[in-house]
Structures are given as C-alpha cells and as structure tokens.
Ligand binder design. Structure first.
Ligand code: BGC
Length: 345
C-alpha cells in the first residue's frame, strides 16, 4: 500500500464516522420532536394543538370543571314572545293556598324569589317591587298566581316585598323608591315592575317587563268594571326601565296615606316628555282581592294640592332625597322581604 492510498482510506474512514454520528444526531432530534408531539406520560405537549388535541384536552377536564364551563356557555336570547304563554287565566280567591304548596309548585324559583330561564337568556332583568304591610293572605295569592306566570314569560326576575315597619301612616311611593334602591344593591336589574300586592293579571300575555315608554299594566281592573277609571290613571301595576325612572327622579316621598302618589308619578312622566304604553283591554284584565281599607292608610287630604305642584316639587323630592332605615333583609323561599322604617309625616 502506498502512503497516498493509506491517507485516502483514513479520510474516508473519518467521513463515514461523521456521517454515522450525524445520522444518530438526526434520529435523536426526530425522536425528541416525535415524543413532544404526543400526549406522553413525560408531560411534553405540542405548542400547536390540533382539533383532536383539543378534544383530548376536553375529555381530560374534571367533571367539576366541565360543569363550570357549561354554565359559562352563552345561551341564545329568549324570543321576543315566549312560546310558553297560554293567554287568559282563571283567577279566583276562594281556594286555600299555602306557601309550602306554592314552593312545591315552583321548584325552579330560587331563594329570595329569584328566577332565570334555563334554556335561553332573558331579554330583561326585572325587579318586582311590592309595597307591603300586614297583607300576608294577599301575598300568598300573589305568589301562587304570579310565579308561574313570570316563569312562562321567560323573565330573569326577583320578587321584593318592601315591608313598612311600625304603625305610622303608610307611604306607598316611598316604599317603591326603597325597593328600587335595595333591589339594585343585589343585581343589575334594568327594569322595575311596581305592583300592589292585591292585583292579579288575568292573562299571561300581559308581560311584566319594560317598554319604550313607561308601561301601565293594570289597565282593566274588575274593581273599575274592566276599564280605566280615567285616562291618566297610573295606579295598581306599572313598569319603568331604570332610565325612565331616573329621568323623573324616582317617586315622591311625601304622599302619606291613600291616594295621589300614582297621579304625581303620571305627572312626572308627562313633564319629562314621556307617554304611557298599555296592553289592550282584554290582555290587561286583572282582578283585585277585595279587602277593607288598611289601618293607617286613610285618604290623604293633601293629595290634591300636592298633585297640582308636581312640576315644582319633582326635582326636590324623589330618589335624590330618599332617606330610610333598613331594618332587615330576609331571603325567603319565594321572595325577598325587606323591612324598613320610612319615618312619619
Ligand atoms: C287617586 C289615585 C287612585 C285613583 C283610583 C285617585 O283619586 O288619587 O291615587 O289610584 O283615584 O282609585
């Protein structure tokens, strides 16, 4: 063998070794990437997960996490007209109703009288505000009839009973103001229905929600021969959006005793350029539970004078001057009971 050929052989031998080492290196790199692209017990994961990877991840989520994710899924909006409505209803007050039975009949109503539709996102969040004192029998009928109706109307709602503490003269409008403030402390309501405790709608198409204009809902009451007592009448049951309520500085606080406060509210709305929307006389039918006049709720002799001055008083008396003492907030099965001291005349 010549010196030249031995040098050539050595060079070839080194090149071959280098090629073998490079091959090993190459295989090693491929192996590492391969392992990283799999769900391996070594904990490697690909940065770019494929659709299948996502599925695998979902399958690996714990049941508790799955439940959490499910509640986060955005529901479709409820339809403009609920498909659950049935129309005219039979309303009578000679049967016995018990809170236990009402609770059993409405298993989806949550503590505090809260409800949200399960299958769709309600169009409005409605606080139902009821001024109250010593009317438990009427309240039972209200809960018995209204909870099923409000659920069929697919509302996201809460029921607030605003109970005036003590024996001083009753003040309906001030209690309604309290209801507005207290309900908003709990939830981001965008609509407020103000209802007397003794009024029951006779048709579930009379939707307890808000409209473009303030709404009068109790438009044909049995007490008035199923028609409006006068065109400006705004008593019984009404609804207002937050904006509409704020525009009129809420309700007056100084109507003590029966009458006039609803007329003052009507004046406020019309002075702020709003009109009243109403359902038709058939859909707007409702029944009132007959009762004697409450103690400490005699007709207010000052009401005529006060109604005559709404334009001057509305900015000085209302939500901006509301004061009261909160006595208690009770979360009961079918409603939230808020007891307040609203003072005296
Ligand atoms: C009173 C109102 C009441 C209406 C119907 C009016 O005289 O001022 O407060 O709602 O009568 O009873």
């Amino acid at each position: 063998m010549t010196g030249d050929s031995s040098v050539n052989f050595n060079v070839l031998n080194r090149i071959c070794k280098l090629v073998v080492v490079l091959c090993f290196l190459h295989i090693a790199v491929i192996f590492v990437f391969y392992v990283r692209s799999m769900d391996s017990p070594f904990g490697f994961r690909s940065q770019h997960s494929t659709r299948n990877d996502t599925k695998r991840q979902e399958a690996a989520v714990e049941p508790a996490e799955q439940a959490e994710q499910a509640t986060e899924i955005k529901l479709e909006k409820c339809p403009e007209t609920s498909p659950l409505l049935v129309g005219p209803l039979r309303v009578e007050f000679n049967t016995h109703v018990s809170l236990d039975q009402i609770k059993k009949d409405n298993p989806n109503v949550q503590l505090g009288g809260r409800y949200q539709p399960k299958d769709c996102e309600a169009l409005q969040k409605v606080a139902i505000i009821i001024p109250f004192r010593n009317r438990d029998e009427h309240l039972k009928f209200w809960l018995h009839y209204l909870h099923p109706i409000l659920q069929r109307q697919q509302l996201d709602y809460g029921v607030y009973i605003i109970n005036q503490e003590g024996d001083e003269t009753f003040n309906r409008a001030k209690l309604l103001n309290v209801g507005y403030v207290e309900a908003l402390k709990e939830y981001d309501y965008d609509c407020f229905v103000f209802s007397d405790v003794d009024l029951i709608p006779m048709d579930d198409r009379n939707i307890y929600r808000c409209f473009q204009q303030p709404r009068h809902l109790s438009v044909s009451m049995d007490k008035f021969g199923y028609r409006l007592p006068y065109n400006q009448y705004f008593g019984g049951v009404s609804s207002m959006s937050k904006d509409q309520y704020l525009k009129i500085n809420g309700f007056p606080n100084n109507y003590w005793g029966w009458g006039g406060e609803d007329d003052d509210i009507y004046n406020r709305l019309s002075f702020r350029g709003m009109s009243i929307s109403r359902p038709d006389g058939e859909v707007g039918k409702c029944r009132m539970i007959r009762h004697d006049r409450d103690r400490q709720n005699d007709p207010n002799p000052q009401r005529f004078d006060r109604i005559a001055h709404t334009r001057d008083t509305m900015d000085k008396d209302g939500l901006n001057t509301l004061t009261y003492q909160l006595v208690s907030v009770e979360k009961l099965d079918l409603y939230t009971k808020i007891t307040v001291n609203v003072g005296k005349p």
